[in-house]
Design a binder for this molecule. Structure first.
Ligand code: SF4
Length: 65
């Protein structure tokens, strides 16, 4: 099982919550927004917490076959 990590960058308000709970795959960039380090991961890891904590629901974790 792998997981696709999607983010609507336009919706991101740059709150930093995702990188706070999941610095392994989310980092804040110079544009003031968060960006995923990897967009396809083999392990869900903390990406689910990032999805859940995002106040504007712009992160989606999608299970792939
Ligand atoms: S939690 Fe959501 S709104 Fe906040 S920085 Fe991350 S992606 Fe952007």
């Amino acid at each position: 099982m792998s997981y696709k990590i999607e983010q609507n960058l336009e919706t991101c308000i740059g709150c930093g919550s995702c990188s706070a709970v999941c610095s392994a795959n989310w980092e804040m960039k110079e544009d003031g927004k968060a960006h995923p380090i990897k967009t396809v991961v083999e392990e869900l890891s903390c990406n689910k917490q990032a999805e859940e904590i995002c106040p504007v629901q712009c992160i989606k974790v999608i299970a792939q076959k």
